[in-house]
Design a protein around this ligand. Structure first.
Ligand code: ADP
Length: 379
């Protein structure tokens, strides 16, 4: 009923303009929570607005519940959208704002009242029903906007950066409420647009990561589709690897020396590193990029420790439960970030040795494509 299918969907805003969306192919299953994420300008809102019927599709097919909707007007699609700006009517109470859409569609007063009460209950707005929007906090206003979507009982909920106007604490709280709402409304699909990878990771069943810039024209809009853990453990490219994860993955230039279908040996500034990837197709001497997540490195015991590099601590950020160490390596290499226990006694200027297990490393070829990892991963 609420399955959404994009087949070879493209969008050009003007006849001779470059493609804003290039060849989007993706499916959102019944009841799935799908997050569109990517850098600013990658076309997340454009894709969402296409589902809402607010944006024309230049080519390709979009279907909802098996029905092609390219030419179906917004009101007949069974979707409800929640905007960043809340878009509440200032002169109407919460109750009137939530019920307005139903009233326009000719629902009777008793039915409207029942649905508004039910939605208010889910969103803990019951005690606020007779207030005006100006008497509410930002978080409460956004809940009213969500309530207005709920009463329409849509088959698809569309959220366009709904938390952007809230402060950090409210963002976390409202994020939790949206996640609970998803569980409460089992059958409706949800598409949620954000540029924030933490929101994407915490909310999504499925993430669609979109790329921006020149590569959209050559490689298409969709960089990778998968569960949050897929994208974290098996990024298919440098772009995905650096986008997912905070602090972001460290990338070091390296040279491929030898390998087979299970492992690779690469050199980073002369130091050998074993990496558990399928390197059967790589030629010796190829330039590659080695990926090290800040949370997957540790401090080595001795100079003879395998897969290790000398480093100097140049800065420490204490976050409480963890500390971030910024480390300088050999001269030609970029500064890297290491995440350690908050109780670390290390200080700026100290010399250390970094170590990473072969199974924790990522390797990317000269074109930025990931080599398949060959060890059992947590998911
Ligand atoms: P995102 O939501 O990922 O930030 P958008 O979908 O808003 O990206 O926009 C994608 C690209 O399309 C941007 O370069 C933007 O400038 C362009 N764009 C968006 N809306 C229009 C429009 N109505 N007319 C022309 N270009 C547009």
């Amino acid at each position: 009923m609420s399955r959404i299918d994009f087949q070879s969907v493209c969008k050009r805003y003007a006849p001779n303009a470059p493609l804003t969306i290039n060849n989007a192919n993706l499916t959102i299953e019944n009841g799935e929570f799908c997050v569109f994420v990517g850098p600013s300008g990658c076309g997340k809102s454009t894709l969402l607005r296409m589902v809402a019927g607010l944006e024309e599709i230049s080519s390709g097919d979009l279907s909802i519940g098996g029905e092609r909707v390219n030419d179906l007007p917004p009101a007949r699609r069974g979707v409800a959208m929640v905007f960043q700006s809340y878009a509440l009517y200032p002169h109407m109470t919460v109750r009137e704002n939530m019920g307005f859409g139903l009233k326009v569609f000719g629902a009777n007063a008793a039915e409207i009242d029942k649905k508004v009460r039910e939605a208010a209950e889910i969103l803990q707005l019951t005690h606020l029903l007779d207030r005006l929007p100006k008497q509410l906090s930002g978080g409460q206003r956004q809940r009213v906007a969500i309530g207005r979507a709920i009463v329409k009982e849509p088959r698809v909920f569309l959220f366009d950066e709904p938390l952007s106007n809230l402060d950090a604490a409210l963002r976390v709280q409202t994020r939790l409420e949206i996640a609970k709402l998803h569980h409460a409304i089992g059958t409706a699909s949800m598409i949620y647009v954000t540029h924030d990878q933490v929101e994407a990771m915490t909310l999504a069943d499925k993430i669609v990561l979109l790329r921006a810039g020149e590569e959209v024209q050559t490689k298409g809009s969709v960089a990778q589709i998968g569960t949050p853990m897929d994208l974290y453990h098996r990024p298919n490219s440098l772009f995905v690897a650096e986008f997912i994860g905070s602090p972001k993955m460290n990338i070091l230039p390296a040279q491929f020396e030898s390998g087979d279908s299970h492992r690779a040996t690469v050199r980073v500034a002369g130091t050998p590193f074993e990496v558990a990837v399928d390197a059967a197709q790589l030629a010796a001497g190829t330039r590659v990029s080695l990926g090290l997540r800040p949370e997957h490195m540790r401090l080595a015991d001795s100079e003879s420790s395998p897969n290790s590099l000398p480093a100097q601590v140049v800065h420490i950020e204490k976050l409480g439960e963890a500390s971030l160490l910024y480390l300088e390596l050999a001269e030609s290499l970029p500064t890297i970030t290491l995440k350690v226990e908050g109780t670390t006694q290390l200080h700026t200027g100290e010399n250390v040795r970094l170590q990473v297990a072969p199974s924790d490393l990522h390797l990317f070829d000269a074109g930025g494509e990931a080599l398949a990892r060959t060890v059992p991963l947590p998911v």
